[in-house]
Design a protein around this ligand. Sequence first.
Ligand code: X2X
Length: 338
Amino acid sequence: MILNRRTILMGAAAGALAAPFIRPGAARAAEFTMKLANNQPMTHPTNIRAAEAVAAIAEESGGRVDVQVFPSNQLGADTDVLSQLRAGGVEFFLLSPIILSTLVPNASINGVGFAFPDYDTVWSAMDGDLGAYERSEIEKAGLVVMDRIWDNGFRQTTSSTRPIVTPEDFEGFKIRVPVSPLWTSMFTAFGAAPTSINFAEVYSALQTGVVDGQENPLAIMQTAKLWEVQEFASMTNHMWDGFWLLGNRRAWQALPEDLQEIVAKHFNEAGMNQRADVMAMNQTLRDDLEAEGFVFNEVDPVPFEQKLRDVGFYAEWKKNYGDEAWAILEAAVGRPLA
Ligand code: X2X
């Protein structure tokens, strides 16, 4: 129960002011109370699986660990929460590696345009060497990260003005991108006009016409109700993105080892279940979103990738990431990119 002036006054009016404080038989206060923040709506599989994980953690720890989940940017926009995570005001945070690159530059490498052809390649890379590489970079920056990355998905492009069919359709297109140099660079390479906006402000930016479009996986479009403010959905599949479950190192080290194991186990299990949920949703989401009014079109990715290559996008990012990281990416996707 949340106590504020209003609930106290209500309680007093009902003659039950003391009631919330006397709870015979209630579990004793947890030894470790922690917060898990994310940017996704309550209904997204991320929050359904996160809720299951924290319940399992409370139970298996015998009530010693109480993690509260804060969905929908309740604790702030992503770039603010990243600062809070570093400072210890938030203990856990599910964040896109591509946004995390504002702190850990090479964490965004999974987001290189058109690198992944399908989910099989994604999971073998992210549960294999590419994921291990990103995690080691994250740990070097002083954060804790769970082994299993959660799914955001393959990103598609929506618009209120025109469908994106060829790379030329991106020219001059006012598109919202998350806060990250990789996103800005990629849409600039297409000749679009990208604006960095945290997810917390995306719906209103689309509604008020600050931008004409955005790009996100279908599961986000559905749970954030983007059909209300967008018209066309183009299956550009231009990058794959996930969410690392990050932790504040001091808060993590304060947990005894047996509790660390319980927390990590349930967070990683929840990540695996969330992946399965999002993939299952993808089977039906296109029909659902069409029913809501989105007009879909397919896209041939080949000319899009070619355009990026022609303007030097891959060469530039190979230089930014360095040869070692780039070789891990190319091995993971099984082909040269630059
Ligand atoms: O901000 C976005 O677009 C989102 C929800 O996909 C991410 O977290 C990267």
